[in-house]
Structures are given as C-alpha cells and as structure tokens.
Design a protein around this ligand. Structure first.
Ligand code: GDP
Length: 437
C-alpha cells in the first residue's frame, strides 16, 4: 500500500493533521470501540484513492535531551519506508534550529517531501509564512489544520502520486491465499512463524514479497496451499531494529497490505489493549479477513469450563460491531491449536470470496427487512426494494431504496448482521451501500 509519513518537531500540529486526513473514515469503526486517542497510523481516503498515514510524532519518546536524536531516527526510518513525507512546520514560531536540522536530512531524501506549513490561520501569518520557502523544498503547502483550510490541496497532491494499480483490490480467482501474522511486539509472532517454519516438510518455497521488506513462504498443509507473509525482522534472532515500535508498525502495515487474511495475535495474560484494537480496526478497514489468536493460553492458570467462553465473550464485546470473528486460544510454545489457527485462516479466506446469488440474497434479506422495518423519516417510510452483491473482492452489498441517505448506523448494523448470519461471512469485513435505483 501507498504510505504517507508525517514528520516534524513536537507541537507543530502533526496529530491534528493526522486526524484530519483520517476524518472521513473515523466514524465507522473507531467510534464504537473507542479507538481514537493514541493512534499513530490509519487509512485515509481521498478522491477514491486510499493510503496509509503514519504520524511519526506518536513514536517519539524520551526526555528533552534525547529528543533530537529520537526525531532524527524517526525521520530516517520514514525516509526509508514511506512513499511520501509530509514535513510539518509551524508558521506561528517560524523556522527553528530543529526545523533546519530536519530539513537538511530531508533534502537528501530520494522520496518526495512536501513541506507543510501549519497554523497559517490568517493573512498576516500568510505573509510571515513565506520565509519557509528558504528551506529549499519545491512543494510547499500552507494550511490551518485547525480549520482545515489548505488540506484539500495537500490531499490532491498526495493522491496524484498514488499509482492507479495500488487501488485494485486483492487476489485473482485461483490465487493462493496470503496470510499475515500481525500483533504487538512480544505476543508470539516470531515463535508462531518458527513453529510453522520448523515444519520444513510443509514448505514449498520462499518467494520474495512484493516489497523488499516482506518474505512470502509458500506452504502446503492439509492438501491446501497458502502463503505466509512475514517481515524480515520476525525471522532474526536479534530483533534490535524491529523492536523500534515505529519500525515494526510500518512493516506490519506492509505485510497486512499484501495479505488476504490476518492472524491477529493477542497476549492472553494482558487482555485486549487499545493498541490491539487499533491493529484490528486497521485490518478491518483494509477489508482483510481476520482470525484472532489469543496466544500464551498456557499461562492462564486454573482454567475452568467457562474460562474460554467468558474470555471470548468479553473480547467480542470490545471488537463490536465487528465481533463476528473466529477466536482461537493458542499456545505457540506448546504447539496447541496452531494448525487450527491456519485452518480458520483458510476458512475465512473462503468466506471473503463468497458470492451470494441475487435471488437467494433478496429472498432472505427482504424477509428480514419485512420483519424489522427501517424507520419512518419526515413522515416517509424508508423502503428497500432490492439488494445485490457487488462484484468487488472484499464483499460489498448495494441496497436500492427511496431514501438512501436516511438509512442510519443502527439499521445498517442490523442489515449487516443479517447478511453475516445468513450467509456465513464470519471473519470478513463487509461493506453496505445505499442507492437510489
Ligand atoms: P513477537 O515479538 O510477537 O515476535 O514475539 P516472540 O515470538 O518473540 O515471543 C515473545 C516471548 O513470548 C518469547 O519469550 C516467547 O518464547 C514467548 N511466547 C510466545 N508464544 C508463547 C506461548 O504460547 N506461551 C508462552 N508461555 N510464551 C510464549
């Protein structure tokens, strides 16, 4: 996927810009699971193109004296990993020494760098902001990320750089399912990979990934072919670089982009964290099929008959509204249910490919609509007459109705649930569209 990184010294407004870029999609998944605060990466949409956005600011930790070193490190990684860099400065403070330092690094970038001068909130500021041309970047954008002025031009320029084919979705018919192992550091991703790689007899071949950062391994198990996508760092014994949070996140996103299915590992002893939910909602937005693995299950003591059931119930409440996802309790170290996890991955892959016949779909859904009507708005009843599955790779359904804009979230959720339960889309994000015929 195409990746945009926002860099800049602290307090120039990186996270405000970040939130603005993600704005259009935020409402859907995040509001429900409460995932908005400490997010550093997400997917933005503009003019029908979507791209990853990373806010490097969220990854800078440490006291003031290590600050500058940390920031330089983030900038270097961003230059390596992203497709375009947004270098953000602050018109209110003017050019600082740290801006100068960063500019020097960034001028050497082989990737395009857009200088974004923020806090240009009025005409006076606009005049002062001209000094930023002296930093020597060809593309300069003036904006107020607070009011949003100027962000359209910036987004247009970013979208222009995205090649068309980046947007074509997913696999072709007959392709081998691609599975990525994702999750926070230390949840057991490398251990799982090693356990699978340990089964050498199952490996057909190693093939290079579509980017130099990923490795694709072709497996054959239970008479089924699949490709496991991992990042180089997962294989190495010393994961020094991969331990940099920013680094591992950006690579995980790449693995995710190349996959059809994501196995999301959680640490059973930690419960589900906000960071886990971020990763989950990112995979869901990218339309990937998902299986959740609750790993290190061996460490949970005094397991009773209800333990897994209660754990699963709580977990699914946190994942809502997309809680129709397989959950497997694994122990990688004791090799418990790791093959089950792969099997489930292959099952959700099939679910993601499912095409429902239009006649069957209408028969079931019109009945469901009949038994629970959409609301009446401004005295007019909403009438849904017809539904059809679109020919997209990630399942999407179009509902034809008289007042498409008035079908709101609760009723959408109802329809989505009906589709899921009647046609088995477990583990698959689905999209609903409402149209006037
Ligand atoms: P990664 O950062 O996600 O790749 O995590 P690692 O695979 O490096 O695992 C982190 C630590 O958790 C290592 O010490 C593993 O041995 C341990 N670990 C991984 N899976 C399990 C498990 O199922 N049970 C237990 N008890 N420990 C595990």
């Amino acid at each position: 996927g195409f990746t945009v990184a926002i860099v800049g010294r602290p307090n120039v407004g990186k996270s405000t810009l970040f939130n603005r870029l993600l704005e259009q999609r935020k409402a859907i998944v995040d509001d429900v699971s409460g995932v908005t605060r400490d997010r550093q990466y997400g997917v933005a949409d503009w003019n029908g193109k979507s791209f990853n956005v990373i806010d490097t600011g969220g990854f800078v930790h440490g006291s003031d004296d290590v600050f500058e070193r940390e920031i330089r490190k983030q900038v270097k990684i961003a230059m390596d990993e992203a497709n375009v860099l947004l270098f953000m400065c602050d018109a209110a403070t003017g050019i600082t020494d740290l801006d100068d330092n960063m500019a020097e690094l960034l001028r050497r970038s082989s990737k395009p760098v857009f200088l974004v001068v923020n806090k240009v909130d009025n005409n006076n500021r606009m005049l002062e902001a001209n000094e930023f041309y002296s930093l020597g970047f060809e593309k300069v954008f003036f904006m107020s990320s607070m009011s949003g002025s100027g962000s359209g031009e910036l987004l247009d320029a970013v979208a222009e750089l995205i090649p068309e084919e980046e947007n074509t979705e997913g696999a072709e018919e007959g392709e081998i399912p691609k599975i990525a192992i994702i999750g926070q550091p230390n949840v057991g991703k490398s251990s799982l990979l090693n356990a699978l790689i340990g089964e050498e007899r199952n490996i057909v071949s190693d093939i290079p990934g579509t980017t130099r950062d990923t490795i694709h391994t072709h497996y054959k198990m239970f008479q089924k072919d699949f490709i496991l996508i991992d990042t180089a760092g997962l294989r190495r014994k010393t994961k020094v670089q991969e331990d940099l949070e920013f680094y591992s996140v950006i690579r995980a996103i790449k693995a995710m982009d190349e996959a059809d299915v994501c196995l999301l590992l959680l640490d059973a002893t930690k419960g589900i964290t906000a960071q886990d939910l971020n990763i989950f909602s990112l995979a869901a937005r990218k339309g990937k099929a998902i299986v959740v693995l609750v790993n290190k299950w061996d460490l949970i003591e005094d397991k009773k008959t209800n333990t897994t059931r209660d754990y699963e119930k709580q977990l699914k409440e946190r994942l809502a509204p997309f809680s129709n996802v397989p959950v497997i309790f694994t122990s990688v170290t004791e090799k418990q249910r790791i093959f089950k996890a792969i099997e489930e991955g292959l099952r959700v892959y099939e679910n993601r490919k499912r095409k429902v016949q239009t006649s069957k779909l209408n028969e079931v859904m019109l009945k469901a609509i009949e038994s629970f009507h959409p609301p009446v708005v401004r005295g007019i009843p909403i009438k849904i007459k017809y539904v059809t599955q679109l020919p997209t790779y990630t399942p999407a359904f179009a509902f034809f109705c008289n007042l498409p804009d008035d079908v709101k979230q609760p009723y959408r959720n109802y329809l989505e649930n009906q589709i899921r339960t009647n046609f088995d889309f477990e583990g698959v994000p689905i999209k609903l569209f409402f149209r006037k015929k």
